[in-house]
Ligand binder design. Sequence first.
Ligand code: UDP
Ligand code: MG
Length: 351
Amino acid sequence: MNEVKCLSVVIPLYNEEENISPLHQRLESCLQSYGQPYEIIYVDDGSDDATFLELQGVAQKNPCVRVVQLSRNFGQTAAISAGIAHSNGAILIFMDGDLQNDPQDIPRLLKKLEEGYDVVSGWRRQRQDARFSRKIPSWLANRLISRVTGVYLHDFGCTLKAYRRQIFQHVRLYGEMHRFLPAYAALYGARIAELEVAHYPRRFGNSKYGISRTIRVVLDLLRLKFQASFDTKPMHGFGIPGLLWLLLSGVCFLLASISRFKLSKQDIKHSSAMGSNAIMCLGFGSLCMFIGLLGELMMRIYYETQGRKPYVVRQVIPPFHFYPVQNVLKSKSFVTDVAENVSETTMKQEL
Ligand code: UDP
Ligand code: MG
């Protein structure tokens, strides 16, 4: 299968002035030789060096280049999100703008995508970054993310990935979640593959991240896990611990009552301690139940105001507009039944 599909390459940039010209040359020669229609969307994420001026120069010479300048530094995820919003391609490729990724990998990612995948994620097997501050924390984080999400990838952090646009109908990008995109996509049934890609040391500029990113990754992972487990059923997430607290409160209350009937000093002390425990557990339990109910309300608002469905259809066979409507009408099925019911009801109302 070799469909001709427009390709959008989205590149976030924050203070990468020296990288732009060599990056664009490599990218353009690679995309031109690939021979499919393409566009490149450079997102300047509020750089305070000459990044935007460089990008302007590139855009003036190339009609297939679009530059989106953000009003301040919003972070890599937001920059990617802006790039998606300004792109038209049926297939999206994200890559870093610091020359650490190789544009020559793009055709390989696309070939893999054509095998029927929705996401193809790059794996920097020979990653060229500092061992202790980057590679080891990243190795641990990847194992943790794989275990928690059930999406087994070696390298969630690699920006070089290919996506079908449909993925972004369901997945919105917030915070720093671009590295979790395959896991979010998998929540909606996306088919995911991984492919080894090249990785080079940074030659110009500095990395924008340090070891503190690991903590943020863990927090993002917690959010993802919660969403994966309780997205459409928050009452289950909070209701179960709530019920356990209420049960514990009941047990404490029972023990307090039993001790109350014994008359020793020790037992009266025990009884009042148990009474306080019962009240505390009752408070926690009620709070959990209340948050669960609130979550249910919010979930309904989220799905219903946006007309979202709690499921995703991959395909319908035959497609809806090919239904033989004439035959359906002739065979007096659903449509005619409905028509009859409607006229009956109208008649009854008129009577
Ligand atoms: N980046 C961005 N906004 C930011 C931080 C980074 O657009 O706030 C871009 C950056 O210019 C680069 C890519 O995201 O193109 C990856 O950043 P970096 O190379 O610093 O990350 P690392 O490769 O060290 O993980
Ligand atoms: Mg980098």
